[in-house]
Write a protein that binds this ligand. Sequence first.
Ligand SMILES: [Zn+2]
Length: 176
Amino acid sequence: MKCPRTGIPLTEINIQGIQVDISKACGGVWFDNFELNQFDEAHEDAGEELSKLLNKYCKDGIDVDKKILCPCCETVTLQRHYFSIKKTVEIDECPKCGGVWLDPGELEKIRNEYATEKERKEKGIQFVDEIYENSELKRKLDRRKSANIPKSSLLESIFKFLRPKALREDKDEFDL
Ligand SMILES: [Zn+2]
């Protein structure tokens, strides 16, 4: 697969048991459905580790308004939309395969957006609904009447994958 921004081949890396494809040319990252559906079994520092790695390659001056093609499907244009209810971070999602591309710095922004576990929970539920309701994927699934396919499972997995470690520590304390 090639980086949708630069055309340079993506590099497969393994973050705590999850395979993701990163662009060493711009610092973007590609998540496909299969990779993230495994995330529940991954190590909890995964989001932080990936974030640090991407920062090494992070390039300024990416034109995020430029339409890009899915690195997996190749002929399908990714659709840019807001990741969260606060509308501070946008992501590029493939309406065909459901994969998600994050441009340089977007992963970090998502991780920084949620201040508390309580807020994360509230916003997490909301953003999944919001994005799903507006997505091509939903329209496609509605047409197929595929009621058994889990709702926005990739986005939920990404959220779990990316959330900052501090939030989890708060939660652990809370659980005790
Ligand atoms: Zn695709």
